[in-house]
Design a protein around this ligand. Structure first.
Ligand SMILES: Cc1cc2nc3c(=O)[nH]c(=O)nc-3n(C[C@H](O)[C@H](O)[C@H](O)COP(=O)(O)O)c2cc1C
Ligand code: SF4
Length: 549
């Protein structure tokens, strides 16, 4: 029986109101209560489903009404508008509303004076329709905590496929898919899985890195709040493939709703037999728990994360040994980002080759780009690797929120380079970005308009490193503080080549002498700002380049 025929039979109108942090921050709980009480007062049968967000944040709270011709959306709905909406025949009128022609240029157009905008069929909104959602296929579509809904939308097919494989074949599947770590370093996931799988130990662990500290990023949060089962399924597949019996998701402490959603989903999964001593009746065991992170950016670095999980201060460990051989409590540990693990159920369900058909070069599959900063339509855009920043900014983002020309885009979090307009046609691909001194990282894209002060942003990068450094090595601990001082001298007007050379030397020392990427990558935003935007430092064109200093 389809969802629609079920509704028609029961007579209740199904209304979806999101429950993720973005919608909650904009009053979604109050709205859900208003819809429930207004419907009850009028004797209208409604079935309210608290889904997750579709990741089209400028439309939140986005309320959807199930109709025979699909789900019809209403954007930015406020509790105070609910009574008037019911007065005008809502929600029964949704089909008719959805058939109204949408303004050609803008899906945010008004429905009726004083009413929220009807955005028509949600899956036809160009921002969504143009995406290639593999990992995020279910977000906003299903009830995040309903196991029946999960299975009805393809859930568990990957885990079932994995249970039919031995460990070597399972790791080979991940290797063949071309999946690389989505946490930042882009290391081939299959190689890591095979290393842990082949390690001899009585106890192994899977640790999911959900610390998500990069500026402008929210893909991990969206998965945990909108489709937590896909992450659970990914962790179980990983655990069975590498021979681990315990998984831990280390979640950013600033994500209370994600923690609550994940914990509730773990309880459901255990009840359903997807977790526990007998995964899907296979006789194989996988336990899973959530650990609340320590609230420091460096705790996202995998070895500092392990220290934190062991109850110690988050200080980076020297490698070797690599965590895959000696990780949590000295045991072989598979550490992967949320998106890496959440991508795995699709790969097992549809085959490595299908996943590989997306992307380019050695960047296979899809990347959930997170559009943030000064952007009109911020949100999640999952597309195959190869998309350009210009497409993301113009076609998806709709330009800057301020309406001013965009000036610089920082990709890959606070340690990522600032890309000038001349680089916005580069395909998003790990190697193409590395060739220009940039990184794709976790897919965070933060837009700045022409009022941005790039010298100030370069100073901020050094100050951020000074604040967040774990302090273990000198180039990072001391270098970042000296970096702030040099940039401040340049900002005060000492634009001599001596200062510029000093800044480059300092950057070089940090890149080559730091123990981890915190100190090693802080120079990326600094050098790119200096090279591409010399005027903001009071320098003539070309004078910010390393060779010119
Ligand atoms: C300073 C710093 C912060 C990091 N923060 C995160 C983070 O928040 N989330 C994450 O998944 N990886 C983060 N990483 C990368 C991890 O160290 C590690 O490479 C990753 O968790 C491995 O998973 P993956 O192979 O699936 O990407 C960070 C690295 C550094 C150097
Ligand atoms: S680079 Fe910075 S954060 Fe990394 S180990 Fe050294 S001091 Fe710690």
């Amino acid at each position: 029986m389809t969802e629609t025929s079920e509704i028609i039979r029961s007579g209740a109108c199904r209304i979806y109101i999101p429950r993720d942090s973005a919608a909650l921050a904009l009053g979604a709980d109050r709205l859900a209560r208003a819809v429930a009480s207004e419907a009850a007062r009028r004797g209208i049968a409604v079935d309210i489903v608290r889904n997750g967000s579709r990741g089209l944040f400028w439309l939140e709270p986005l309320v959807e009404v199930q109709t025979p011709s699909g789900r019809i959306g209403y954007s930015n709905v406020q509790a105070s508008q609910v009574s008037a909406m019911f007065d005008s025949g809502w929600p029964a009128c949704a089909t008719q509303d959805g058939e109204r022609p949408m303004p050609a240029t803008d899906p945010d157009g008004s429905w009726q004076a004083g009413m929220p905008a009807c955005v028509g069929r949600v899956d036809a909104i160009p921002y969504l329709a143009k995406q290639q959602r593999l990992t995020f296929a279910r977000i906003g579509v299903t009830d995040p905590l309903d196991p029946v809904d999960y299975e009805a939308h393809g859930g568990l097919a990957g885990l079932r496929a994995c249970l039919a494989l031995d460990a070597e074949a399972a790791c080979q599947t991940v290797l063949d898919s071309g999946l690389r770590g989505r946490g930042g370093a882009a290391f081939p996931a299959g190689i890591k899985w095979r290393t842990v799988s082949r390690a001899e130990a009585r106890q192994k662990y899977v640790v999911c890195n959900a610390d998500e500290g990069d500026s402008g990023t929210f893909a991990d949060r969206l998965i945990m709040e909108s489709d937590p089962f896909v992450l659970i399924e990914g962790v179980v597949i990983a655990a069975l493939s590498v021979g681990a019996t315990e998984g831990i998701v280390y979640v950013r402490s600033e994500y209370p709703h994600a923690i609550a959603a994940l914990e509730a989903a773990i309880d459901v999964a255990r009840r359903e037999g997807w977790l526990g001593p007998d995964v899907l009746g296979s006789g194989r065991c996988c336990e899973l728990r959530v650990a609340k992170a320590a609230g420091a950016y460096i705790c996202g670095e995998e070895t500092a994360l392990l220290e934190s999980l062991e109850g110690k201060r988050g200080v980076v460990r020297a490698k070797p040994p690599i965590p895959a051989l000696s990780g949590l409590f000295g045991q072989p540990t598979l550490i992967n980002n949320v998106i890496t693990l959440a991508s795995v159920p699709f790969i097992f369900a549809h085959g490595a080759q299908t996943y590989r058909e997306f992307g380019m070069g050695r960047s296979q599959g899809t990347l959930p780009v997170q559009l943030a900063g000064n952007i009109r339509r911020g949100g999640l855009v999952e597309l195959a690797f190869g998309v350009t920043l210009r497409t993301l900014l113009d076609e998806f983002g709709g330009g800057t929120a301020s309406g001013r020309p965009a000036k610089a885009i920082q990709v890959g979090g606070p340690l990522g380079a600032y890309l000038p307009p001349a680089q916005w046609d580069l395909p998003m691909d790990y190697e193409a970005y590395a060739a220009v001194g940039a990184v794709v990282g976790h897919g965070g894209v933060v837009v700045h308009d022409d009022t941005a002060d790039m010298a100030g942003l370069a100073r901020y990068a050094m100050a951020f490193c000074a604040l967040e450094s774990c302090g273990k090595c000198t180039p990072c601990r001391i270098g970042s503080t000296r970096g702030v001082e040099v940039i401040e001298r340049i900002q005060r007007g000492d634009t001599s080549s001596r200062q510029v050379r000093l800044l480059h030397d300092l950057c070089e020392t940090m890149v080559s002498g730091s123990l981890c990427a915190m100190g090693g990558m802080t120079p990326f935003p600094v050098r790119s700002a200096l090279e591409h935007f010399p005027a903001d430092f009071g320098l003539p064109a070309g004078a910010g380049r390393c060779e010119a200093a």
